[in-house]
Design a protein around this ligand. Structure first.
Ligand code: NAD
Length: 302
């Protein structure tokens, strides 16, 4: 009996999340080729995890049966795949693309149609859990798409986390945007509570301890306030501009579906303003720093 053909996996975007995710795939025994706009980073990651590095996106396509994208947003995913000398130029018909970035769901459906015209499948499989859970292969993975294509992607995805099939193409990206809205609103509420409590004279750690033993507990109180806010590190590995992008996706989705969502609308405004004020490179936990600036401005009568 002949050996089953090994699936060749191409991985594009080896930043904060992509690097540990590609490492999990290599560790699980998959043949992985990586590509990143930052060539030095791709070379370093390839050497570190035992993968090959492709010279460009089309070369990555030629070297792959399944291509995973872990890029900043859906527009960049679309360019990387369909742009001049993009991945699709090298991919054979019958190949599968799995977009694990947090992309806009309606854009994902357009991309699926464009790839289908070339005989290429698309599954959207965004993740939640952050860098820490990416490193240990414990991400929550929301997989949308044709059931047969999701089933084909599943053994690969399981090297990176737990797979939740969510329905048709785009449904994973829709659920991811909604998750991050809930996550961002929870963090902003916790950060505001911390600021007010500290102004009252309460100790920060005491506030966190009591929230975590009480009904105010959420992912931010458990995993972000002490670790990244009170420590002053603001270094969770998830940038504020990416969180703001996810909130805009949730807001646009609500608008496209005619769902009035007043808290979401206010959250989009808050995070957009924070992004503008703090500038590129700020961590999403720095929303606390942004809120404390507002506090000072109020104090000074601004
Ligand atoms: P990142 O900025 O650290 O990494 C993105 C990588 O993509 C970079 O290495 C960059 O050089 C590369 N890149 C950009 N444009 C490219 C192109 N055209 N071709 C090839 N490479 C390109 O971002 P990240 O934090 O790893 O996030 C990636 C995706 O995952 C985003 O959609 C984000 O919203 C989502 N996400 C992030 C986290 C997190 O905790 N960081 C958690 C869940 C989901």
């Amino acid at each position: 009996m002949s050996e089953p053909k090994t699936t060749r996996i191409g991985f594009i975007g080896v930043g904060n999340m992509g690097r540990p995710m590609a490492a999990r795939l290599a560790k699980a025994g998959h043949a992985v080729t990586v590509f990143d706009r930052n060539g030095a980073l791709a070379a370093a990651v390839a050497a570190d995890i035992g993968a090959a590095a492709a010279s460009d996106a089309a070369a990555l396509g030629t070297a792959s049966d399944v291509v995973i994208t872990m890029l900043p947003n859906g527009k960049i995913v679309q360019q990387a795949l369909l742009g001049k000398d993009g991945v699709a130029a090298g991919l054979a018909a019958g190949a599968l693309v799995v977009d694990m970035s947090s992309s806009y769901p309606l854009g994902t459906q357009d991309l699926g149609r464009a790839l289908a015209e070339r005989g290429i499948g698309l599954v959207d499989a965004p993740v939640s859990g952050g860098v820490r859970r990416a490193v240990c292969g414990n991400l929550a993975i929301m997989a949308g798409g044709d059931a047969a294509q999701v089933a084909a992607a599943r053994p690969i995805l399981e090297a990176m986390g737990r797979v939740f099939p969510t329905g048709p193409l785009g449904s994973g990206h829709a659920l991811k945007a909604l998750n991050n809205y809930v996550s961002a609103a929870g963090l902003a509420a916790a950060a505001e509570a911390l600021l007010i409590g500290q102004r009252f004279g309460l100790d920060g750690e005491t506030i966190v301890q009591v929230l975590n033993a009480s009904t105010g507990r959420n992912n931010a109180t458990e995993n972000k306030l002490t670790q990244f806010v009170l420590s002053g590190s603001f270094g969770s590995g998830f940038s504020l501009d990416l969180m703001a992008k996810d909130l805009r996706a949730a807001g646009d989705l609500a608008g496209d579906l005619d769902v009035p969502a007043p808290l979401l609308r206010r959250s989009v405004e808050l995070w957009n303003q924070a992004e503008k004020t703090l500038g590129p490179g700020a961590d999403h936990t720095a929303i606390y720093r942004y809120l404390s600036t507002l506090d000072r401005e109020t104090d000074h009568g601004a």
